[in-house]
Design a protein around this ligand. Structure first.
Ligand SMILES: Nc1nc2c(ncn2[C@@H]2O[C@H](COP(=O)(O)OP(=O)(O)OP(=O)(O)O)[C@@H](O)[C@H]2O)c(=O)[nH]1
Ligand SMILES: [Mg+2]
Length: 311
């Protein structure tokens, strides 16, 4: 397929076309994705998460600058939890990252969490695979660490970067259940605000408590708006990406692929179901349920029994 070859050459236009194809989710997208999967190479996938407004996008922007300066090509997946289409946050991110947008070595995909029939793991996995087929060396996935899905998706990156800010005591409580234990790098952004040193001490003390036999993960102070600490951060990413236990990385990758496969399955099954239920049948059944002649559970079981042969 021509498009696949163009993607493999890293053409930004081809990547853009592939991403819209995948978003529209047609038969052509599937054929393309099969090819994409067959030829993708491994990029380093960085998951960057943290509470809203902690400076993730500003940091990503700065990191892009660094990676590009080292000659590395970068793909970005910006997962926006609040706006289903092109809402304010996406637009804000686009504008903020604009100074890189004419640069052929990088590409940004913004996507909504809600309204993805296929699921977030599928959408993220597809974007990563397209970037990898295009030969991107680094893929940055930005998600807000609040929703369960967003946290789960970021956990599947090769390296997890958690962004905290001074006075983020409450955030730490929220993250404790999931991401704190597995984050590979802790970023203390807005280090120009009051309380940064105190926060650093608290964070380190807390991390020490939970360490057992593991090494202390890096805690890096940054001022994203001024680019301060970003060189250290990128150096640390490179060091960890180089030394990261391959089996561990492999396990995270396999988990992402398992999630993706589940999402693809769910979507296909759902499609078979909707294609095989005649127009008006759902409305007719709703009428019966309304008249108390039946209930949604019984009717769902009946529909599934009828569709079983087709699955
Ligand atoms: N003082 C200060 N402000 C910062 C710093 N980093 C980011 N900001 C500001 O914090 C605000 C939020 O930054 P974003 O990069 O949009 O944060 P975000 O985490 O991507 O936000 P969401 O995607 O909405 O969750 C912006 O006004 C930034 O200019 C920093 O190091 N110091
Ligand atoms: Mg952002």
């Amino acid at each position: 397929m021509d498009l696949l070859n163009e993607i493999r050459r890293g053409s930004p236009r081809a990547i853009a076309r592939a991403i819209s194809l995948v978003e529209n989710n047609g038969v052509r997208a599937q054929a393309l994705m099969k090819g994409v999967f067959a030829c993708r190479r491994d990029a380093v996938v960085l998951g960057i998460t943290g509470a809203p407004g902690t400076g993730k996008s500003t940091l990503v922007d700065q990191m892009i600058g660094r990676f590009r300066a080292y000659g590395k090509s970068v793909g970005i997946v910006a997962v926006d939890p609040s706006s289903p289409f092109t809402g304010g946050a996406i637009l804000g991110d686009r504008i903020r990252m604009m100074r890189h947008s004419v640069d052929e070595g990088m590409f940004i995909r913004s996507m909504a969490t809600r309204g993805h029939l296929g699921g977030l793991a599928k959408a993220t996995g597809e974007a990563i695979a397209i970037y990898e087929a295009a030969g991107k060396e680094v893929v940055l996935v930005e998600t807000v660490g609040v929703g369960q899905d967003e946290v789960e998706v970021v956990k599947l990156a090769d390296l997890i970067l958690l962004v905290l800010t001074p006075g983020a005591g409450d955030d730490i409580q929220t993250f404790k259940a999931g991401i704190m234990e597995i984050a590979d790098i802790f970023i203390l952004n807005k280090a120009d605000s009051a309380g940064a040193d105190k926060m650093e001490r608290q964070l380190k003390a807390m991390l020490e408590l939970g360490l057992a036999d593991k090494d202390m993960p890096p805690v890096i102070k940054t001022v994203a708006t001024k680019g301060k600490g970003v060189a250290t951060l990128v150096a640390e990413v490179e060091r960890l990406a180089g030394s990261q236990n391959r089996r561990f990385q492999e396990a995270r990758r396999k988990k992402l692929l398992a999630w993706m496969l589940r999402d693809v399955l769910r979507e296909k099954i759902f499609r078979v179901i909707s294609q095989n239920i005649p127009d008006g049948e759902i409305a007719r059944l709703a009428g019966k349920i309304y008249r108390r002649e039946t209930d949604p559970y019984t009717e769902a079981d009946r529909l599934i029994a009828r569709l079983r042969q087709k699955l």
